[in-house]
Write a protein that binds this ligand. Sequence first.
Ligand code: ADP
Length: 462
Amino acid sequence: MKTLKKQLSMTILLTLLITIALIGLASNLLINWEFEKYITKTGQERRDNIADELGSQYDEFKRSWRVDYVHAIGMNSLYDGYIVKLYDADGNMVWDAENHDMRLCGQIMDEISARMKERGAKGGFVDHTYELTQNGKKTGSVSIKYYGPFFMNETDFNFIRVMNIVLLVIGVLSGICAIVVGCLLGSRISRPVTKTAYIAKQISTGNYDLKFEPGTRIKELDDLGIAINHLSDDLSEQENLRKRLTADVAHELRTPLTALGTHLEAMTEGLWEATPERLKSCHEEVKRLGTLVADLEQLAKIEGDGFRINKGPMDLFSAVQTAAENMTGEINKKKLVLGIKGEPVFVEGDKNRMGQVFSNLLSNAVKYTPEGGSIRIEVYQTKENGIVTIADTGIGIKEEELPLIFQRFYRTDRSRNRKTGGAGIGLTIVKSIVEAHGGTVEAESKEESGSCFTVSIPKSDL
Ligand code: ADP
């Protein structure tokens, strides 16, 4: 299997190379084409020029040709690749390059043919005859032999060769740049992906310390990394919770079991008499164990897949009132003052589950409020929600612990030291039930002066 880096680098490289090759080829063809057009035109002009120059060498008065000049022009033209033959008006030869220097003509023609063949140009030597006149009278004719349709002299040939070399060098340099850019881009894109894959692998082995650092300047890759970080945080938290769960459950079970064990042992061995008080204390421990197990069972049920709520119209006021009535015994025992204020507020909810919510919140208020304190319940509604607040004048919760109290098994330091505390499950259950109703539960508190829990439930499902 190819690596992402290899795949990306190859794709980018290939695209760049094809682009460079196409641009190179197109510019090469275009330059050659334009150049050929240019030399074809200049060749034509040069021939016209030769004919003009030769034509002007006829002396009208002497009725003869200035042969010296004709010779000079003819030789000049020959070196440029044009083989000239000049005839007078009667068709007699005045000057012929081939007659003059057969060897030089042959040599020049061979050179031109060889050069043009090297270029792969199709063509050959052709003759073109110009009629010469002076003041409207025919003075003769000139035949110019040249390599057609165009040919290149040494300078032209060098120019085009240098041009092609320059293009080739540019192409090679661009190719090298393409390789560098391809590799750099490929690794820039693939590096964060490789890193994320490595982090994900580490997470799967239980190492949550590695973190992805955003800043790739590619949004999707940053998003991927951030998502992996969240995943890692969540898993790490779950892992911690799981570890804490085992430790907490063990701790919660050990205390009553140890007490029960020593009491019962002492009684069976006859060291202790089984008085009703002692048996009652044993019964209390068994009850604590029972409550813990019931709490755990309930939590398992709520957090399990099969958790369902049966919604129907229900009155929050009467639900919280019933919960408070069920707690009268404990409230009286602690000489707490209970105040309930409000009006019937109907919401779409599960009567039994909401009863459980209020009874958990009230039981906490009772547990964490010292004797003689007070609990105030208020029920009211806004346009969309039914709201219940349960405020107490209890021990309160530290600000930094407030966000944690709804977590499973979380108990504040203060409640851990008290015998009254439960296992830290009550508020987790409250939160799960309220959120299953699409509502919210919030806590406000001030240490030593009390806490206030606000439950808000949507009035309708919409
Ligand atoms: P517990 O069974 O221990 O009461 P909960 O989940 O109901 O567990 O509550 C979690 C923790 O939140 C408690 O241990 C306690 O420290 C704190 N808490 C809850 N309600 C109150 C309250 N009304 N006053 C003070 N502390 C509270």
